[in-house]
Write a protein that binds this ligand. Structure first.
Ligand code: GAL
Length: 688
């Protein structure tokens, strides 16, 4: 049973590290938090050496005192289990707990996340510290929940210690039963890779190509890392469920090689994410003249929402970010911190904790700024946090019970992501197409979700929440997934695929069938020929016939072209390639199946092509009837039976001019608005 009640109210919080500060500061810290409207702190996720200064010697006194003070000020506490930072005594005494590089070099003490998930010793020591902590704080009146570890697979998502190689071999035995099955799955006849004894099986290791493992092994390796992470987290979750069944459990972060959906389903009450939008504003698609930088974060928040519809932001950016040796992010401008906080809330966060209360004065993160500066006096960031605290105290109750609403979902899945990290013939395309679609949608103010396709788990009802599913390049497609999508389409759904769809099975073998393999029947086409578009190939264009009431258009067909051939009478050719030897051949098709449609786009999507498809499908913003917005402003909708909340988030520093054709009220200010309205630079409105 999930503790879903945990997110029934809107909470503002902050990450706090009492162990890093003189004790005289604590009381004032909690008092000032309370004044800002902060009602929860997360503590202790890196404090193992405080709790257990040497093996088997425990000392909870520092946190006992800190939690007592938090309680005195009415502040609730989330305890992080401290296993992301094993102490020096531990790794020195038991080096077998350390992670290792691909080459086998041990990753030593000194940063964090230097342990591996498969060391029996680490399991044992993690279980002890988790149980001790849970026993210590199970009755504490301030404690409400637990964060397991911190950011699984952050810093590093690859594991090559001895324990990992050994565990992988056992994982393979469980998965394949016999070496014959394993050899078949990994296609080892190729280049004489056949294994004749289990002792010969390892995770990938340096080879003549450097780092070029067998591709099927490489895919299994990622599945193994994900399973190892979840099995490790389960050790802690089981203890917490046993000792503190009245508290909720979460973990934070969204990193590679981890099926976070399964982690959530199996172990957590809800998911938490750490939101630093400046990673996107400074890195996002610098070549794009209209990059929509902050919106990359909205897209990521959509991925978080696919794991848990309402969630916690365990770390929300509260100032400039930077480590001593890397990352040097500008200071958020006035209003930006508030804007990003509402971005999280608009996308489904019901609990938001700033990272962190005060900037650290020593260590790696002396430039990762918290709400307070080193000097600890008043500053702009604190004022902004106080403003948000006061607003949420007023409107939080109206927002908390609502959920994000979208009619269109971008589909992704772990198999293709993991296979695509190695396979350059489809891997890079998903990200490019996903970004193109998200930009096209958000520029048109069409809210969208992410949907994770999970073979054997995803249901028809889950798909049917959406009118349109865009599944850009599912190279790996099981027949059962194609069947599920076919049912969805028959029932009236619209599915859109891009090039390289359906040609691999779940092992990563190519089907001996015409492309698009598993999706051939649903799309009603075959791929007559295909080519990578690079080198001597001049980029090709696609000529679209005019949609009803609109002109024809030319769009790009980058990176890869699938030249299509209709195979079923129900297929209509919507657009054709405009150049090269396949000029005039079908590039975009639509197959009507039952009450729905299956589209095939024979290239990697760009924004213009996504726009063409949206036009042809007649998909517009759900607020189009009454609201005109410039593209700098994001529209996100949360709703419940009381009606929709329209979040308007202005990512531009300049005021944005909106036109309201119907009178609305801004929930945040209570102002009645109609006609032409200015939304401040970095401003937020919630229209009802
Ligand atoms: C997160 C992490 C925090 C802190 C922050 C800033 O990834 O959970 O502990 O390190 O980034 O670097």
């Amino acid at each position: 049973m999930k503790h879903t009640e945990a997110l029934n109210q809107m909470r503002l919080g902050v990450c706090y590290y009492p162990e890093q500060w003189p004790e005289e500061l604590w009381d004032d810290d909690f008092r000032r938090m309370k004044e800002l409207g902060i009602s929860v702190v997360r503590v202790a996720e890196f404090a193992w050496s405080v709790f257990e200064p040497s093996e088997g010697q425990f000392d909870f006194s520092l946190f006992d005192r800190a939690l007592e003070l938090a309680h005195k000020h009415g502040i609730k506490v989330i305890i992080g289990t401290p296993t992301a930072t094993p102490p020096a005594w531990l790794t020195h005494q038991y080096p077998e707990v350390l992670n290792a590089t691909y080459e086998g070099v041990l990753l030593r003490h000194g940063l964090r996340r230097h342990y591996n998930y498969n060391s029996v010793k680490y399991h044992e020591l993690s279980a002890i510290i988790t149980r001790k902590l849970a026993e210590q704080y199970k009755q504490h009146p301030a404690v409400i929940g637990w964060q397991i570890d911190n950011e699984f697979n952050c810093e590093i998502g690859e594991f090559y210690s001895q324990a990992d190689h050994d565990a992988f071999r056992e994982w393979c035995k469980r998965k394949y039963g016999t070496l014959d099955n394993l050899n078949e799955a990994w296609g080892t006849r190729f280049w004489s890779q056949t294994y004749s004894q289990w002792e010969q099986v390892f995770l990938s290791r340096p080879n003549a190509g450097g780092n070029q493992p067998n591709p099927h092994l490489a895919l299994d390796e990622k599945r193994f890392v994900s399973d190892s992470t979840i099995a490790y987290a389960k050790i802690q979750a089981d203890i917490l469920r046993e000792v503190v069944p009245h508290h909720w459990i979460t973990t934070n972060g969204l990193f590679g090689h981890l099926d976070s959906h399964r982690l959530q389903d199996d172990l957590l009450d809800f998911f938490s994410y750490d939101s630093y939008p400046q990673f996107s504003t400074i890195h996002y698609d610098a070549r794009d003249e209209r990059p929509l930088a902050d919106r990359k974060w909205s897209q990521t928040l959509g991925a978080v929402r696919s794991i848990s519809p309402q969630f916690c932001i365990m770390e929300q950016q509260a100032g400039p970010g930077g480590w001593v040796n890397k990352m040097d992010m500008p200071s958020p401008k006035p209003g930006q911190m508030r804007l990003w906080t509402y971005q999280s809330i608009a996308h489904g966060a019901n609990m938001v904790l700033y990272f962190r209360w005060r900037t650290a004065t020593s260590g790696q993160e002396i430039y990762w700024h918290g709400l307070n500066d080193y000097h600890n006096g008043p500053n702009r960031r604190l004022r902004e946090a106080g403003e948000i605290g006061a607003e949420l105290a007023k409107v939080g109750e109206r927002i908390a019970p609502t959920s994000f609403a979208a009619d269109i979902a971008l589909v992704r899945d772990y198999d293709n992501e993991w296979d695509g990290e190695y396979d350059v013939w489809h891997g890079p395309f998903s990200k490019a197409s996903g970004t193109a679609w998200y930009k096209a949608l958000t520029r048109r103010h069409i809210p969208s979700d992410t949907l994770c396709m999970r073979p054997g788990i995803t249901t028809l009802a889950q798909l049917q929440r959406y009118k349109v599913l865009v599944y850009p390049h599912p190279a790996i497609m099981r027949d059962e997934t194609a069947e599920l999508l076919t049912e969805y389409v028959r029932g009236g759904g619209i599915v859109i695929f891009g090039c390289r769809t359906g040609y691999k099975d779940e092992r990563g073998h190519c089907y001996m069938r015409p492309f698009p393999g598993a999706a051939a029947e649903l799309t009603g086409i075959s791929v007559e020929e295909f080519t990578v578009v690079k080198g001597t190939r001049t980029p090709v264009s696609i000529q679209w016939a005019g949609a009803e009431g609109s002109e024809g258009a030319l769009t790009g067909a980058e990176s890869f072209n699938d030249i299509l051939r209709p195979e079923a009478p129900s297929v209509e050719v919507v657009a054709a390639f405009a150049s090269d030897y396949y000029a005039g051949k079908p590039a975009v098709t639509r197959n009507r199946v039952g009450a729905g449609e299956a589209w095939y786009f024979g290239a990697v999507f760009d924004e213009a092509a996504a726009g063409q498809l949206l036009d042809r499908l007649g998909i517009v913003s759900p607020a189009a009837r009454w609201l005109a917005l410039p593209e700098e402003v994001e529209l996100a909708i949360r709703e419940n039976e009381q009606g929709p909340l329209h979040f308007l988030l202005n990512y531009s520093e300049q005021p944005a001019i909106l036109t309201l054709h119907e009178p609305k009220t801004d929930l945040l200010t209570g102002s009645k608005l109609s006609g032409t309205v200015a939304l401040d630079g970095f401003g937020v409105m919630i229209l009802i």
